[in-house]
Every structure is written in C-alpha cells, then in structure tokens.
Design a protein around this ligand. Structure first.
Ligand code: ADP
Ligand code: MG
Length: 429
C-alpha cells in the first residue's frame, strides 16, 4: 500500500508541517492511515500524527473525520475528556501524493492489547467497571451533546490514558500507558531512544503506583508478576477513530460496525440510530470481563455469516420478536414469515447469566448483576436499549457506592475523576 494513493512512508526524524512535528516511532495503522508518535517542537509535547492515504476517497474520509472531531472539540470540554482530542491538521505532500494529516493527543495502548496482555483471561470486574464508565461518559457526550454515532466501537478503538494530573506531577504526566511487549516492538518499527525513555518512565510510574498498593494484594516485585498483573494499572481510557462516525440525523452508510460488534438492525437493514453504539458497548463489556468476543459468527454449510450471527444472538437472548425479524430490507434473506430462521432451525438457548457461570466461572451474584447490566443493552428492539446516560445510573456501576451520582453532570468532571480514583482504592478482589 506504499504506492501512489496509498500510505506515506515515514522515517524516524522526518519533519511535518514546516518542521513543527518530528516523527519518533510508528504507533499503529488502520485501513486508511498510519499513526506516528511525533514530537511537537512548538509545545514540547508528544502527539499522535495520523497520516492518511493520499487517494481522493481517503482524503475525503479524513476531512470527514476532521469535521466530526472539530465539532466534538467545540462541545463542553468536560466530558469530551473521554474522547480523543484533535490538536491540529494539515496537508503533507510526499512521493505518493498529498496526504491529509491529523494531529491528535497521544494516547496509550488499546483495550485489545490490554486484554491480550492479560492473556485473554478477562479483567477483574472492578477494572471492567472503570473502563465501562469511561466509555459511557464518552458515549453520553457524543450522543446527547452532538447526536453523533461512533458506529465502530470495539476494543481497538478505545485507548488507555495516563491518569496522572500534570499539575500535580509534571514528571510522570504525559506517560501514556504502554504495556510491555512480549518480544521488542511488534510493529517491527525502529525502537528509538524516545521509546526506551518513555517505557522506562512508564515502568517507573507503574512501580510507584504498585508500591502504594502493596497492602491490597497488588503487584509483586518480580518481573514475572509485574508483567501480567493488571491490578496496579490505573485504568482510564478514551474513544478514538471517528473515521466512520456520523450524525444520527444523517446516517450515510448502510453497513456499519465491525462484524462481531454489529447490531441486529444493521444486519437486517432496518435503519439504525445511536443505540447501535450501545449494542457494541455491551459486546465490549462482555469481552473485557471474559476475554472472549460475545459473538463470533462464521459461514457454515448452507448458511451465511449473517444468518449465523442472528442465530448466535437468539441462542443468547431468546427469539427475536417476529415483528422485528421481518421488517428489515434484508429480513427475507434470513427469516420466514413466522420469524424463524430459514436455514438454521435448531437453536441451543444458553442465556448470558448461565453462560457466565458455566463457561466463565463467575459467582452467581457476579453473573446475575453483570447480566442484568448487559441484557437490556442487547435488546432486539433498538429503542428499548438504555441510553449511555441511563447506563451510567445502573446498579452494576452505581451499586459500587463510590461512584458519585453527579457522574453524568457535565459540570462535575472533578467528581468523575474522584469517583474513578475511589474505585481504584477499592480494588482488592
Ligand atoms: P484508521 O482510521 O486508519 O483505522 P485509527 O484512528 O484507528 O486509524 O488509528 C490506527 C491505530 O493507530 C490505532 O489502532 C492505534 O493503535 C493508533 N492510534 C490512533 N490514534 C492514536 C492516538 N491518539 N494515540 C496513540 N495511538 C493512536
Ligand atoms: Mg481504526
């Protein structure tokens, strides 16, 4: 893809925007772009530089993402804390064409990496709560203040953030949580001095935090336990990747969301709104708690991936009401007029509560509380799913009595932060 219309090849030390940004190392890539850690010589800070492929449709997509990100940045600054911030944008001409670039705040590793790092075992429920809270505050902000649907929520698109307050601790602030790689740098990028320095700082910060938590059964001193014990990692995160986001009153793409996180109304082409994000959110919460994706549909003999997906949903959640099953533009491909799947006849019902106990060894009370939180989000009727705002009031989050009730009030970000740090102190399971 490093050809005309494709990615822009970057080398460590390359300069952008007339020398303002200096490339340090590759952070990641997506279908549309490569993302680099860059040093901003104007503000003396690290930023993430997203360099889009240069073909016209990618430039168009980048301009769309910029318009979404700028409108997000225009809102109340408080809860936008849980959504990535756009700092700057410019065009960069290289051998493969003209690339639209975005300068974003530099964040840490994705939740996917966190789950991998934890060996797909599922995170402790208190960590899952902390993460869910961050995502929900971000979603509530996007949905209520902007009417924006993210449309591509998944573990890769939620990144960890440093929780250290720059005012209180200028040295440790700016440390983005970068989890230990098993063998050097998985991206095969050059490990620069900067990276080593950042890692050393991150390790030191983690060591300091773990020291404070020693009495809570936290991290041991041996490198082995340090590598895999996530109890000591402060968890805060932000939603990223607005390349597919849209305004609820103007949904332009028919097929949205990454397969495993896709809502039933999208498969059936029955129209969609903000509540598709709530479906994906429930899939994320399950995956964080168990280490497994909630739905992994596969093509089978005589049925499509879509049909398998619908079958998996009904095995977990019960039969889809006939009216919902039969009213989408694609309903006829999958359902007969009684609302039964045409090609997958025998379903094995395994409700979430039982699944959590039997496969994931949850205690009965944990399973009950968690499924009472998740199942309403997985309602086949999109309009019945709780909103992000309602979710934030749910007993599963609020039952943890350290969560302040003013959580969703946009003037009380300090309380939100306090709530999250209270949660951290309660970790001890
Ligand atoms: P695409 O639109 O091409 O999918 P993304 O916005 O998803 O691009 O970014 C691709 C990858 O780059 C992400 O999965 C992540 O690893 C990394 N990345 C993106 N934004 C940031 C950021 N602000 N800070 C750190 N890493 C980032
Ligand atoms: Mg992406």
């Amino acid at each position: 893809s490093y050809r005309k219309g494709g990615y822009h090849a970057v080398r460590v030390g390359d300069q952008f925007a007339g020398g303002r940004y200096v490339a340090q190392r590759k952070l990641g890539w997506g279908q549309f772009s490569t993302v680099w850690l860059a040093y901003d010589t104007t503000t003396s800070a690290y930023v993430a530089l997203k360099i889009q492929k240069s073909a016209a449709q990618f430039v168009q997509a980048a301009l769309h993402e910029i318009s979404v990100l700028s409108s997000i940045a225009d809102g109340a600054p408080s809860n936008s804390k849980f959504v990535v911030q756009l700092i700057d944008q410019f065009k960069h001409t290289g051998p493969n064409g003209q690339h639209q670039c975005m300068v974003l705040e530099f964040l840490g590793d994705s939740l996917l990496r966190l789950v991998k790092y934890n060996r797909y075992k599922g995170l402790p429920l208190n960590k899952v709560r902390e993460i869910c809270q961050c995502i929900l505050i971000g979603l509530d902000y996007l949905h209520r203040e902007h009417g924006i649907i993210h449309t591509d929520l998944k573990l890769e698109n939620v990144l960890l953030v440093s929780t250290i307050d720059p005012a209180k601790d200028p040295v440790r602030s700016g440390v983005s949580p970068i989890l230990e790689r098993p063998e050097g740098n998985v991206n095969g990028a050059v490990t620069s001095l900067i990276e080593k320095k950042l890692k050393r700082r991150a390790r030191r910060a983690v060591a300091k935090i773990s020291g404070q938590r020693a009495s809570m059964g936290g991290m041991g001193e041996s490198p082995k336990s340090e590598r895999r014990n996530i109890h000591g990692i402060d968890v805060r995160c932000k939603v990223v990747d607005f390349g597919n986001a849209c305004w609820a009153d103007n949904p332009f793409a028919e097929e949205i969301q990454t397969r495993q996180y896709r809502a039933p109304e999208v498969i059936l082409q029955a129209g969609y709104s903000l509540s598709v994000d709530m479906w994906s959110f429930a899939c994320i919460a399950f995956e964080l708690a168990t280490g497994d994706m909630l739905f992994t549909p596969k093509v089978g003999q005589g049925f499509s991936e879509d049909e398998d997906h619908l079958a998996l949903m009904m095995e977990l959640l019960g039969k889809m009401p006939r009216k919902i099953a039969t009213t989408g533009a694609k309903s006829k491909d999958f359902f007969d007029r009684h609302g039964d799947l045409k090609r997958i006849r025998r379903l094995k019902f395994w409700p979430l509560n039982k699944l959590l106990i039997e496969r994931y060894m949850f205690s009965e009370s944990d399973a009950l509380e968690f499924s009472e939180f998740l199942v309403p989000l997985l309602d086949f009727a999109p309009e019945k799913r709780p909103t992000a705002q309602q979710c934030l009031q749910h007993a599963w989050l609020a039952g943890n009595d350290s969560v302040p009730s003013e959580m969703t009030n946009e003037t009380s970000v300090e309380n939100v932060d306090a709530g999250i740090s209270n949660l951290k102190i309660r970790v001890g399971k």
